[in-house]
Ligand binder design. Structure first.
Ligand code: FAD
Length: 431
């Protein structure tokens, strides 16, 4: 059996190396820490949690809880180690961060098929390889990845607008239209009167922003501006930017509203919508409070809040297959946050898929795609099928799952049904 290279022993790389070794495939695991660190890591441990010690929801009425359960059933080193080092956190799975990373480091390092090499890799190697160097990939390798990816590159920060559950938008208040009726009517438009605009504007400029890390500040404004920063430039600035009403006359009245906020469909199934131009750094609670002032969004559920932080991720819809293989090279896999999955568990989950598939490739077996009904499969599908032009990282959420044959109104029951379907689909797979 061929040896597989795994680059980076973070959340994704540790999981990938573990899956490979457990499948009987030898692994060379390259990790640059402690020789060289990143601006966010503090230890030499594998799978270090750079910020919160929470792996978020653990129950099956939460998509990331379903993802965890799927991973548990697939012998995930990250989730079983989290279970063993858990600290009380209500419905969430939070861990003692040191115990957690130390346990993963020990398990992976002591596996007889894993060889750990403390080295910074600067070029994508030959041979079966998983690159999982994370959102803070070292500069030399980041440059090489960007070159390999060509025009679809490797972005260096994400600036994501909130994403809403399409079924929770009040369709009585919004209308479907494209600016100047160009092309197919593609946007849901939320119209505002001057009064509504002023109320929204005042709430926005006074809302509290999330704290930033020192190293994130440098690149912050190069790409796109957070909506709250734009608002602070003057009352009218947004009216000439993302809230511009021209060409968006309300078909019900024939009149142009004072301001319009557009919602763009975010997935093919139209179950998710993002707020156009509303990348934001507001605290999550503030996003909910302020954006629910928008007509039509009073009861909108947020599937993902807006975030802005330094990140490196690829345009996966153009570059990857649902097996996490590069479209250009069968024996090259990418995994973790750099593929556009967002979060600790999501990163580990993608590492699990890449690890299983690299093992299959090494053993000459057919590769596997997880069903879309599973949380693991829904993420792989999203990052490889989302619209490339507006691609932004995504965390696990029920909006990524295919819709149920009939919509269940009760949210808890709906989520439980989706979870049950996911676990059944996983059980039916021949792995
Ligand atoms: P990482 O866990 O970062 O692993 C990558 C590994 O590759 C690292 O060990 C690194 O040292 C190594 N490496 C890098 N370059 C090289 C190289 N050239 N050669 C060899 N090794 C290399 N997610 C959450 O769910 N909750 C949070 O609270 C949270 N906070 C975050 C805060 C910050 C500042 C950032 C940047 C991200 C945060 N994330 C958070 C997002 C994400 O979940 C984490 O970044 C997660 O660690 C990603 O896992 P990964 O395996 O892709 O990368």
């Amino acid at each position: 059996v061929k040896t597989v290279n795994v680059i980076g022993a973070g959340l994704a790389g540790s999981e990938a190396a573990w899956q490979l070794a457990e499948a009987g495939v030898p692994v060379n695991l390259y990790e640059m820490r402690p020789v060289k660190s990143t601006p966010a890591h503090h230890t030499a441990n594998f799978a270090e949690l750079v910020c919160s010690n929470s792996l978020r929801g653990n129950g099956l009425t939460n998509a990331v809880g379903v993802l965890k359960e799927e991973m548990r059933r697939l012998n995930s080193v990250v989730i079983t180690s989290a279970d063993e080092t858990a600290v009380p956190a209500g419905g969430a799975l939070a861990v003692d961060r040191d115990n957690f990373s130390e346990l993963i480091t020990k398990r992976v390092k002591e596996h007889p098929l894993v060889t750990v090499i403390a080295e910074e890799i600067t070029k994508i190697p030959e041979g079966i390889t998983i690159v999982s160097t994370g959102p803070l990939t070292s500069e030399a390798l980041a440059t090489d990845i960007a070159e390999y990816n060509g025009s679809h590159g490797f972005y260096f920060y994400d600036a994501a607008a909130p994403i809403l559950d399409g079924s929770t938008i009040d369709r009585e208040k919004v209308y479907l239209k494209s600016r100047y009726d160009k092309g197919e009517a593609a946007y849901l438009n939320c119209p505002m009167t001057e009064e509504e605009f002023m109320r929204f504007y005042n709430a926005l400029i006074e809302a509290e922003v999330a704290p930033q890390k020192e190293f994130e500040k440098e690149k912050f404004f190069e790409g796109c501006m957070p909506i709250e920063v734009m608002a602070k430039r003057g009352v009218k600035t947004m009216l000439f930017g993302p809230m511009k009403p021209v060409g968006l006359e309300d078909p019900k009245t024939g009149k142009r509203p004072y301001a319009v906020i557009q919602l763009r469909q975010d997935n093919a199934a139209a179950s998710m919508y993002n707020i156009v131009g509303f990348q934001t750094h507001l605290k999550w609670g503030e996003q909910k409070r302020v954006f629910q002032l928008i007509p039509g969004l009073e009861n909108a559920e947020f599937l993902r809040y807006g975030v802005m932080h330094r990140n490196s991720f690829m345009n996966s819809p153009e570059l990857l297959r649902p097996t996490y293989q590069s479209k250009k090279r069968d024996d090259l896999f990418f995994a973790g946050q750099m593929t556009g999955v967002e979060g600790y568990v999501e990163s580990a989950g993608s590492g699990l898929v890449a690890g299983l598939n690299a093992a299959r490739l090494a053993k000459g077996e057919a590769l596997i795609e997880f069903p879309r009904e599973t949380a693991i499969g829904s993420m792989a599908y999203y990052i490889t099928h989302a619209e490339g032009k507006h691609f932004q990282p995504m965390n696990a959420n029920f909006g990524l799952f295919p819709a149920l044959p009939e919509r269940i109104k009760d949210k808890k029951l709906r989520y439980e049904t989706l979870a049950e379907r996911a676990l059944n689909a996983l059980a039916e797979m021949s792995l």
